[in-house]
Design a protein around this ligand. Structure first.
Ligand code: PXG
Length: 460
């Protein structure tokens, strides 16, 4: 695989124009402008190329989304066919179209039977906005309009719009534009950092019991729903102890608080199950989906509703005042159909569960269990995190762990690898189509970056 494109402009030209006109996501723009953004021009399979012809193995599937890898002709063809047939029509004014109807048929054939309806959006953030409205509307219809508080988790991530960021627990985002009312947070189940002398099982239960305490503090009659990622993604790929989800589910059922799973990262095969809540074995009332739904080829998200919620909205709710110009966009729906068919018919999800997932997890444990910089390895299927530690026995973390992990990520780029750092953790989530050879390369390059980081710290 060589880079087939000749650069149309020099990288410096692109960088100067980018600096002149574009505000990037989540970074210090002035610092980026001084350094120059990396210009990515081509993707094929698991690989990306920058404008200077440097090739990278993408260990993060873009932003956890390109589950089928780059350059899939079937997805491109599905989009092109739909654009020719019907590039756009909306779902307002008593109309619909076959693309969105067939997407729903396929999606609900893959979901557990207690879900029946979806609200489509363009992104995960919008889907979580829709969630807040839907959950509050549901309780209005039940004659409990005061039941509107949403509980999320500190360090959870549910999107970047004002209300979805409020559901999330990133304090620095709350400070950007303020909060919305009627949102509360409990701690994340991060045993390695916060578990102290408790066993993971004890800690998982204790974290879950925080939800019960919060519900009792706020009054169960005021709490509409609890939202969480089955495993936490942007907040550091944190896997809850096994005791966590059963206890959370028990509490939600006991107090009639809707259990809302954000499957934006975990959905569509990442853990080896179609949805991450199936891996953790609990039954949410709603699922937020996006990213893998279209393999990142075109924006699309959605909110999946249980029959209980959907039938209240449909049978008793009257007009549901919600909708976007591009809800259920036909081209996005066509790409989603092609994505889901590929995941199903090429048995990609099955392979992640029985073959490539266990292979990656085995490789990581073989390679890093004894590594002086790595205190813990978490993950299942094709998602994993390496936790850096200063002292493994006491689980002591480096004071500047964020800088160390960021340095490792930079060294990864030098090795031709893209992995993500969050706090003191290195995260990987390669495309679900990764072969054994590509996973070997991913782990090999990660090892080189982690070794070089350890050398700079004098540990190797
Ligand atoms: N929920 C979860 C769990 C997410 O991870 C969203 C909602 C919002 O989706 P949209 O499509 O509105 O971005 C996300 C997005 C990172 C990173 O650095 C993660 C996301 C977005 C950007 C960066 O890990 N996740």
């Amino acid at each position: 695989m060589t880079m087939p494109m000749t650069p149309r402009r020099t990288t410096a030209d692109y960088q100067a124009l980018d600096a002149a006109h574009h505000i990037h996501a989540f970074l210090d723009q002035k610092a980026l402008n001084a350094e120059g953004a990396r210009v990515i021009v081509k993707g094929e399979g698991l690989y990306l190329w920058d404008n200077d012809g440097q090739r990278y193995l993408d260990g993060m599937s873009g932003l956890w989304c390109t589950c089928l890898g780059y350059g899939r002709k079937d997805l491109n063809a599905a989009a092109a066919r739909q654009m020719e047939q019907l590039a756009y029509y909306n779902l307002f004014f008593h109309t619909t179209h076959p693309a969105v109807i067939e997407l729903s048929e396929l999606l609900f054939s893959l979901l557990p039977a207690h879900y029946s309806h979806a609200i489509y959006t363009n992104s995960g953030s919008e889907a979580n906005e829709a969630l807040i409205r839907t959950v509050r509307r549901f309780w209005q219809i039940q004659g409990q309009p005061q039941k509107k508080i949403m509980i999320g988790r500190w360090n959870g991530y549910h999107g970047s719009t004002l209300a979805s960021a409020a559901l999330g627990g990133m304090g620095f985002m709350h400070e950007m534009g303020g909060m919305i009312p009627d949102v509360a947070h409990i701690d994340e189940p991060y045993w390695y950092a916060q578990g102290g002398d408790l066993t993971p099982a004890e800690f998982g239960r204790r974290c879950a019991l925080q939800l019960e305490a919060k519900i009792l503090e706020l009054g169960a009659e005021n709490v509409a729903g609890f939202i969480a990622e089955p495993f936490q993604g942007a907040g550091g790929m944190i896997f809850p102890p096994e005791s966590y989800w059963p206890e959370i589910q028990r509490i939600c059922r006991q107090y009639d608080v809707l259990l809302c799973a954000d499957e934006v990262i975990g959905g569509f095969g990442r853990t080896g199950e179609w949805f991450a809540h199936q891996h953790f074995d609990f039954q949410p009332d709603t699922l937020t989906i996006a990213k893998g739904l279209t393999s990142g080829y075109i924006p699309m998200g959605g909110l999946v509703l249980s029959k209980r919620i959907a039938s209240a909205l449909v049978d008793e709710g009257g007009v549901f005042a919600h909708g976007l110009t591009y809800s259920g966009h036909p081209v996005a729906a066509a790409v989603a159909i092609a994505t889901l068919k590929a995941l199903r018919d090429e048995q990609i999800v099955t392979r992640v569960k029985t073959d490539t997932g266990p292979y990656l997890q085995m490789l990581l444990r073989e390679t890093f269990s004894e590594h002086p910089l790595v205190g813990d390895i978490q993950g299942v299927g094709l998602v994993a995190a390496l936790q850096f530690a200063e002292d493994k026995a006491s689980r002591k973390r480096f004071v500047n762990e964020g800088d160390i992990a960021w340095r490792c990520r930079t060294l990864g780029f030098e090795e031709g690898l893209i992995i993500r750092s969050t706090q003191g953790r290195m995260i990987m989530a390669p495309a679900l189509v990764a072969t054994h050879a590509e996973l070997d390369e991913l782990v090999d390059k990660t090892k080189r970056a982690v070794d070089r980081t350890a050398q700079e710290l004098g540990l190797l």
